[in-house]
Design a protein around this ligand. Structure first.
Ligand code: ARG
Ligand code: GLU
Length: 705
């Protein structure tokens, strides 16, 4: 996960491995380069620019909530797919943004001026903020421009990152769910894979090509660079690289922390989510409406749930704790007599040990309030109304707040089934309570009061009485809002419960967690700095932190465990093999059958068949979804969307022999856009190349306006 500004140092190796373009072609301050075609899509995915008119490709699962936002029972784009025949049909997607990286600059030397020996962590953090902000303020302002100084490697180095954000991003096309989510959660994190996990959007800018809020006067953005598309696709054994925004890795974790992840943290999250998922899955199987309403939520909960199971298993298979212990022994040997490093392994053991109960409490709180039943989180949104209604009225802002809450409630109840939420609440409560430690959870959730007798009855009591669990009760309260309604809201059992949870967390858990993680940050900074210094023979890269990174490797399969070989490609034949009309995750649209039977693949087939997904040995993590996978010439060969299950431990321990990322083949994407969605004009808008040569017959065709 290399920083794009440091590629000069590894350019030689990349060329030996098969890269044709130069480091300057990837990251340049003087001319359009690859980095100018890579965007942070929304909060946590990657997308890439594929036309001179701001067309961007990302995953279906990254665009999912926006596709869902535009879907209804009448226009079910989630189920049927969508494509805009003209620019005027492209769908504005409020809340969606696309962010380019303008430049990154190592400011570690300048930042050192902020720090003095023996400085406490809080002090250090404040000093870093202050100087970081000063450095960032030197960047000239502009529409959408943001400058921040961010720490890497626990603050061993610092970078100034200048970015440019566009907020008018519109939906252009999406495959039907049975293609974009084919295999669903059964196949998620698995190989062989047959998911057409892509969707397409377009960035709009002001008439002078600047970031601007949505406006009918906006025009398609003209990018500094757009990716050529390799019509020949990925070639097994050849060089490949990925450019994107990986979210978070923890490669420097010591053995004690790895053991905690495996034995405590992951199992706890898995157990909480299993409880919710049992309820949601059953509801979704039961009816079409629930399937639509809970699709996004279900996928969000199930994704981590399955990943952590793979992570625990993968770490066990790699004997990760022992591997880390050996590293620590060697560290101790090399650090002997070195006052800076000698004590740090012991310090880590002590700090992680002390942290565990607080970390568990945090996970429980998050899983209950943010991943469990929804009404708690929903009630939390009424804090301002309940606590500040008198002030709001004085300032003439009460009506505004009520309108805002009503709009929010309409969106919320659109995808809400009270009886499902009630069952989720009942299912997660006992798990929460089993793991909750006295003091680190609200009293009413650890000691059941006599009135209710059992947790089921307690849950019913909360649910039946709360106004936040029923649209009728809630709208009535908003319609007739008065100080006495506010008083009743303040006594609402859901509100009181989420208050108790939040207060307990912010009073009993967060402060101690803050102190401990400050100390831990300091220790980790010394530890990771020590590893780099004492093990110069090894390669070290900073942990992922949602900044732009590049990783390179090959298009290749794997032998993930004894007796199993993963071939590097899957094809449309495999989609047909998996077809199961009885299982909603494996349905195949009739039209795809027809195209398959007629072998109507256009120019996108390879040896008479349609490639669907491929594997490569690129180091990726969450956030790399939608990232462009490129060949040595910098041409797009696929979109990353997943890892194999045997790779999920790579956030902590990357194993090049086992770890493979999964991409949807660009030829399948083009085939679906052209032949399935009938949107040939979109393919024609892209620059298709074969072995580096442009294909004139495809690019000279007129655009769709
Ligand atoms: N596992 C992939 C990622 O972490 C894909 C998730 C979406 N797909 C799904 N079937 N839930 O984001
Ligand atoms: N699906 C992940 C994402 O949304 C990428 C897969 C991974 O974690 O490797 O970012």
């Amino acid at each position: 996960m290399w920083l794009p500004t440091l590629l000069k140092a590894i350019e030689g190796d990349m060329r030996t491995e098969g890269m044709v373009i130069s480091a300057e072609d990837i990251y340049s301050l003087n001319q359009g380069s690859l980095k100018d075609a890579v965007v942070l899509f929304g909060g946590g995915c990657t997308a890439e620019v594929v036309s001179t008119q701001g067309l961007i490709l990302t995953n279906h699962h990254c665009g999912h909530s926006f596709i869902q936002q535009h879907s209804s029972m009448e226009h079910n784009y989630l189920r049927d797919g969508f494509s805009a025949p003209t620019l005027a049909d492209e769908l504005p997607s409020p809340g969606l943004s696309a962010t380019f990286i303008v430049r990154m600059e190592d400011v570690t030397d300048r930042m050192q001026a902020a720090f003095t020996m023996g400085m406490g962590e809080t002090e250090r953090g404040e000093a870093a903020n202050k100087l970081g902000n000063e450095i960032a303020r030197e960047v000239p302002p502009g529409p959408g421009v943001k400058a921040v100084v961010r720490p890497f490697n626990y603050g061993n180095s610092w970078y100034l990152i200048v970015s440019e954000t566009f907020n008018d991003v519109r939906m252009v096309c999406a495959p039907p769910g049975d293609i974009g989510k084919f295999g669903g959660d059964t196949d998620n994190w698995m190989w062989p894979r047959h998911t057409g996990d892509f969707s397409m959007f377009r960035i709009y800018a002001s008439p002078d090509n600047q970031p601007a809020a949505f406006s009918a006067a906006n025009v398609p953005y003209t990018p500094k660079h757009s990716l050529p598309i390799a019509i020949d696709g990925a070639v097994p054994g050849e060089f490949a690289m990925i450019f994107g925004f990986p979210g978070r890795t923890q490669r420097y974790l010591p053995s004690v922390a790895v053991a905690q992840v495996m034995d405590v943290i992951d199992p706890l999250r898995i157990e909480m989510r299993t409880a919710s998922l049992n309820v949601i899955n059953a509801a979704m199987l039961e009816n079409e409406q629930a399937k639509l309403q809970y699709a996004s939520k279900q996928a969000r909960i199930a994704n981590g749930w399955k990943k952590w199971q793979g992570e625990v298993r993968g770490l066990k298979e790699l004997d990760a704790v022992v591997v880390k212990q050996e590293q620590e022994r060697e560290f101790a040997a090399r650090a002997a007599g070195n006052p800076l490093y000698e004590a740090v392994p012991g310090e880590l053991v002590r700090l992680y040990g002390e942290m565990l109960p607080y970390e568990s409490a945090r996970e429980l709180f998050v899983e209950l309030v943010y991943m469990g039943p929804e009404f708690l989180r929903f009630a939390q949104g009424y804090r301002k109304l309940i606590e500040e209604h008198a002030e709001l009225r004085k300032e003439n802002k009460l009506q505004g707040e009520l309108d805002h809450l009503r709009t929010g409630a309409q969106g919320y109840f659109k995808n809400y089934i009270p009886e499902v939420d009630r069952k989720i609440f009942k299912a997660v409560l006992p798990v929460y309570r089993k793991h909750a430690q006295a003091g680190l959870a609200p009293g009413e959730l650890t000691v059941l009061d006599k009135r209710h007798g059992n947790w089921d009855r307690y849950a019913d009591a909360v649910f039946d009485k709360s106004i936040f669990t029923s649209p009728d009760r809630l709208y009535k309260a908003l319609d007739h809002f008065s100080p006495s309604v506010a008083k009743r809201m303040a006594k609402d059992p859901a509100w009181r419960l989420v208050q108790a949870l939040s207060n307990n967390y912010s009073e009993q858990v967060r402060p101690r967690l803050g102190v401990l993680s400050d100390s831990l940050d300091a220790a980790m900074r010394t530890w990771s700095g020590g590893l780099m210094e004492l093990f110069p023979e090894k390669t070290w890269w900073p942990d992922a932190n949602s900044t732009l990174r590049l990783s390179y490797g090959k298009v290749e399969g794997a032998e993930p465990r004894d007796g199993i070989i993963y071939k590097p490609f899957t094809t449309l034949e495999g989609v047909m093999e998996k077809y199961d009309p009885a299982n909603p995750e494996f349905e195949v649209p009739q039209k795809l059958f027809n195209l398959y039977r007629a072998k109507d693949y256009g120019p996108y087939a390879h040896n008479g068949t349609m490639p669907v997904c491929f594997l490569s040995s690129l180091h990726t993590t969450g956030g790399n979804s939608g990232s462009p996978v490129l060949n040595g010439r910098g041409e797009l060969i696929g979109l990353n969307f997943d890892r194999t299950w045997e790779s999920t431990m790579s956030d902590i321990l990357f194993d090049p022999a086992k770890c493979r990322n999964i991409s949807v083949d660009i030829r399948y994407v083009l085939f679906i856009i052209d032949k399935y969605l009938g949107a040939k004009h979109l393919v024609e808008e892209m620059n298709l190349v074969s072995a580096g040569e442009e294909l004139p017959h495809l690019i000279d065709l007129p655009l769709h306006r």
